[in-house]
Write a protein that binds this ligand. Sequence first.
Ligand code: PGA
Length: 249
Amino acid sequence: MKLYVVKDKATMGKKAADVIAAEMQTTPHFVLGLATGSTPETCYAELAKKNKAGKISFENVITFNLDEYAGLPVKHPESYRSFMDAKLFKHVNIPMSATHLPNGNAPDLDAMCEEYEMMMDKVGGVDVQVLGIGRNGHIGFNEPGSSLASRTRKVKLTKSTKEANGPYFKAPDKMPDYAITMGIGTILEAKKIILMACGDTKVDAIAAALEGPVSVTCPASALQLHPDVTWVVTKDAATGLKMEWPEQD
Ligand code: PGA
């Protein structure tokens, strides 16, 4: 486990992008697991900058996103496909056909979930999985109580997640109640994981994830079971940690 405590969200994004870029440069046919939410925005902007500067190429990269709302039109501004197009895919040289998100509108969602896992397996699994963390410790849409062995599936969103994400919707009551998410077991199969967290709303989640027991009450605590997790956390999100951490630039 590596922990970087950094001063702000911009520095967090730079640090995370450096870690991802280093892996991209040394891994042919790189498979990148992606997350949405406000946390990874600065990281994606940095990756786009590196791509523009010719330091990294997405030409042979394949991506799989963690999650997507169920029943929300793909073109809806709050769909995770729209988010990824706007924040990353449109700004880098990735072929759109190499970008994957769960299809929340598939007629048979169980079959779609199974196929999503098979597609990841077929390309050799995820090399680096990017994660944010919910205020309640969720990763992807694996809410507290999710099995640590869970796989890609349809889930019901909790009140806490609806409160956190509702304001992004023009009509918050129109936010879907369900989503498709990679499971915790799926996420743990990535070769490397990088989790970013920023802001004081994440203090309890970060403390529980890093220093609490491995428990379904904090899904991110399952990352303690993974041999290669890098945590990039702003100092205002790290104030609940008991361990000592040197602050990085
Ligand atoms: P946020 O969400 O980046 O918008 O805080 C993170 C998450 O819920 O995983």
